[in-house]
Design a protein around this ligand. Sequence first.
Ligand code: GLN
Length: 269
Amino acid sequence: MAGAGIENARQEAEILLAFSIGVGYKDLLVQLDQPVSAGAARKYAQLVEKRREKHPLQYLTGIQEFMSLAFEVNEAVLVPRWDTESLVELVLDKMKHFAAPAVVDVGTGSGAIVVSLAKYYPQGEYYAVDISQDALEVARRNALRHDVAGKITFLQGNLLEPFLGGGDYDIVVSNPPYIPQKELPYLPADVQKEPRLALDGGEDGLSCYRLLVPQAQRVLKPGGFIFLEIGDHQGEDVSALCRSYGFSNVTISQDYGHRDRVVSGHLKR
Ligand code: GLN
């Protein structure tokens, strides 16, 4: 796989081998002297070939860890990113100021955000929306896997459309698609195998925010909060958008790699 330009080729090969044998990664390391069955060897060869073709490792194993929880993933959803943990941490921090906040996760994908929030703040009332029915099925399974299905209402729809009838929510959180269209062809080959719907932010990358921010203004209670993941050069534009729709204390926060990653704001009372 190193020859195919896979950066962590050795570790990824080990992960695929463990997966083929049906053991955990750490267990593999203590049984390196054990023979590998013909079936497992065949499976391993197929997976390595797929990885050489740049299928994301997580689609091959079906798992990605996020917020120390194991999430099922497949081709219908974006693989949860470590960067997004900083978004979740900011929301968790804010939720402490509410007794039982009503929270909407827009474009939930695998459900990584809403399931983590429900797991670490069980007192909340959660809603998750996605335009993709296939993604919602993955999100539902992840909620079941982590015993929080009873706390989350899943809805199909475009951004906040299903919620526009009522304005009773405390927090809107989203990691929407934000890659400018012209950059899509230059993304790494494995990222290009993720759903275009989850990446494509329109001509300048800001299309979703332009729809979502005014919707959030209608859906949030006065005094509610918005938390948006952004691309690292979008902080100023998304902040300006939030201010123009009545949000105050608009703040740009950084991820663990010190890049701008989240814009948050408080809806004036
Ligand atoms: N909310 C999901 C995540 O953060 C999916 C985001 C997306 O598809 N743009 O992983």
